[in-house]
Design a protein around this ligand. Structure first.
Ligand code: HEM
Ligand SMILES: CC(C)=CCC/C(C)=C/CC/C(C)=C/COP(=O)(O)OP(=O)(O)O
Length: 302
């Protein structure tokens, strides 16, 4: 279990902003968006109230996972400038509160999904929360640079959950969307890790740049981008989506590949190296928003 090498919460009670911060709200926007798009892309439409409930459950479940992640690794967060001001390492909240909040929210989200939508969606939601907390945070993050490759699967589940909430089934298109987010995660994160490498290294987290070096990381980024692009165009190639998605996804993927190649082939001494890494990280987020938006646009407009 994480040690307590950070200020323990004092008299000042945490307020709602601290509980919100525990859910990692900015990352949550994309997690929830992919879940919403999975739901809207499904062939069966459901009542808007049920649809809203499903997306709410994904948001609450992912927020719970974020809270439990912060409960477990407050010691790590205290060592990194980017995370030191989170409620636990900053001493604004007691660990117990974060634990109770995370467990309560997680159980509530899965129960509500099971009762209001269906058991399949609830089961996948439960698996993704456990995957992020147990497989990624507790087991892999501090042990192997493959942490985000395997553990990152947690963030790929929401599209499947959205689809399953609407249909009660798992089908080829959401599985391809799962594969897309799964393969997108390494380039997304390693691009960032390249320019904040020292932060993770200081905290002793074995992220790929610190373990295998910058050059190997750049090559890995490129190696994951190629199958990611294949997963992005596969729905079109397999006739599961139309030309709106196909053309849009191909163009966006070409840009992603170009930016990944810039990173992949840049040299340590290249002064534009960091700029390329930042650009790839920023674009990775826009890319996923747009690709998922296209899946829905394709269904609505075609
Ligand atoms: C294990 C896999 C992942 C790791 C280690 C990771 C790590 C990070 C880190 C460290 C940041 C920097 C900013 C911050 O702390 O908020 C970030 C930003 C972000 N990530 Fe990821 N990420 C992963 C997977 C994902 C997934 C699956 C999604 C959504 C589908 C996602 C969406 C985002 C978004 C939207 C941002 C920008 C947040 C902002 O504007 O501050 N990430 N990610
Ligand atoms: C539906 C459901 C339960 C989804 C949960 C998946 C989820 C929250 C994915 C986002 C992944 C993420 C924020 C990784 C941050 O890694 P980190 O924790 O190593 O980042 P840090 O260094 O900022 O703490």
């Amino acid at each position: 279990m994480a040690s307590k090498a950070y200020p323990v919460a004092t008299a000042a009670a945490a307020d709602w902003r601290d509980f919100l911060a525990l859910t990692k709200p900015r990352v949550l926007t994309l997690v929830v968006f992919t879940g919403l798009c999975g739901l809207l892309a499904a062939p069966q439409s459901i009542h808007p109230v049920l649809g809203f409930t499903a997306v709410l459950c994904i948001a609450l479940g992912a927020g719970a996972a974020g809270a439990l992640n912060q409960w477990y690794e407050a010691d790590l967060d205290a060592m990194m400038a980017r995370t030191a001001n989170r409620p636990l390492p900053a001493g604004r909240m007691e660990r117990q509160s974060a634990l109770h909040f995370g467990v309560g929210l997680g159980i509530f989200s899965v129960l509500l999904m099971g009762l209001a939508l269906n058991l399949l969606a609830a089961a996948i939601l439960a698996v993704s929360i456990l995957f992020y907390v147990v497989v990624y945070t507790v087991w892999l993050k501090r042990r192997t640079p493959q942490n985000i490759v395997i553990g990152g699967a947690a963030g790929a589940f929401p599209a499947l959950i959205g689809w399953a909430a609407a249909t009660g089934r798992v089908e080829t298109l959401p599985v391809l969307l799962f594969a897309l987010v799964f393969l997108w995660t390494p380039p997304h994160f390693w691009a960032l890790a390249l320019f904040i490498n020292s932060d993770y290294a200081r905290a002793g987290v074995p992220m790929l740049p610190a373990v295998a070096g910058q050059r190997a990381t750049r090559i890995q980024i490129l190696l994951y981008t190629v199958p990611m692009v294949a997963a992005a165009v596969a729905p079109w190639a397999m006739g599961l989506t139309g030309a709106i998605y196909g053309i849009g996804a191909s163009l966006l993927s070409a840009v992603f590949l170009l930016l990944a190649a810039q990173v992949g082939f840049s040299r340590e001494t290249d002064p534009a190296r960091m700029k390329a890494e930042r650009r790839l990280f920023g674009f990775s987020i826009l890319y996923l928003f747009l690709i998922f938006g296209l899946v829905v646009a394709d269904k609505v407009l075609a």
